[in-house]
Design a protein around this ligand. Structure first.
Ligand SMILES: [Zn+2]
Length: 268
């Protein structure tokens, strides 16, 4: 059996083997066109289309990433929630402080009544003493409440500060990410522009009939119309190919399809 290279040589298209690796933009197009087989032209077009598909799909992903702000919005909501809790705690501290002050004032007033000498009645004096003791006991309760409300305020203050810090970090991360994504998108757009030019050149060298077959397959086979015949199998669906099929796939003027997936086969 002849080797693939011998078959290629026999058919006078050995130059294809070298030219296929040239970027289209710098390849000698006319020579390239004359010696390029029908399937190689389609294969080259497929490579460009696959690259274009990939770039476009990445741009879609980038655009969707650019609008996804859940994490940042969640961090922002956490700041608002922590802020509300802090305000409530601060209000409780103010109230507790007012209660303590009011109680101290009551004690002072009762003590002045006791020591002012306005009464000598032992019963009234004993009542005032009892009242002062009761007021002081309750002052102790109120001071405890104030203390614990201050501790709670401190905790809420720390939580609010941490939430602000997280929000600010997320904001910075987000800005960095947006800048990176914008850069990547610009590079992809430039690449698409280049590839589209190359595609136009590649397409103009393909006969209308072949182009129709290709376009139809691209639609029906998830964008992949041309598969490689390598290691005796179809690179797209993995089906084994007969030696005759592999040989046919290297003929310059014949289009051969995989019996399993129906894609065009190109043997390098
Ligand atoms: Zn196949």
């Amino acid at each position: 059996m002849k080797s693939k290279r011998q078959i290629t040589n026999q058919r006078g298209i050995e130059r294809v083997g070298t030219l296929v690796f040239y970027p289209l933009a710098i390849s000698p197009i006319h020579t390239y066109n004359r010696v390029m087989s029908r399937i190689l032209k389609l294969y080259r077009l497929q490579q460009l289309d696959s690259q274009l598909d990939q770039n476009r799909s990445r741009i879609n992903a980038i655009e969707s990433l650019m609008t996804e702000e859940e994490e940042l919005r969640a961090a922002e909501a956490a700041v608002t929630a922590a802020g509300s809790l802090l305000k409530e705690a601060q209000q409780r501290v103010r109230t507790a402080d007012q209660n303590v002050r009011a109680q101290r004032l009551k004690i002072e007033q009762t003590e002045s009544a006791l020591y002012s000498g306005s009464t000598n009645n032992p019963k009234e004096l004993a009542d005032l003493q009892n009242e002062i003791s009761a007021l002081k006991r309750y002052l102790w309760v109120l001071e405890e409440r104030e203390l614990s409300s201050m501790e709670e305020e401190e905790k809420n203050q720390a939580a609010e500060t941490a939430a602000r810090q997280t929000f600010s970090e997320r904001g910075a991360e987000r800005s960095r990410l947006l800048a990176e994504l914008a850069d990547e998108k610009n590079q992809l757009l430039e690449s698409i522009e280049r590839l589209t030019d190359q595609r136009e050149t590649a397409r103009s060298n393909i006969e209308a009939g072949d182009m129709n077959v290709y376009s139809d397959l691209r639609l029906r086979r998830r964008g992949l119309a041309v598969a490689l015949a390598e290691d005796q199998s179809c690179s797209a669906c993995g089906a084994l190919l007969t030696p005759a099929r592999v040989q046919e796939a290297s003929y310059p003027n014949k289009l051969v399809v995989c019996d399993t997936c129906g894609r065009l086969l190109y043997a390098q």
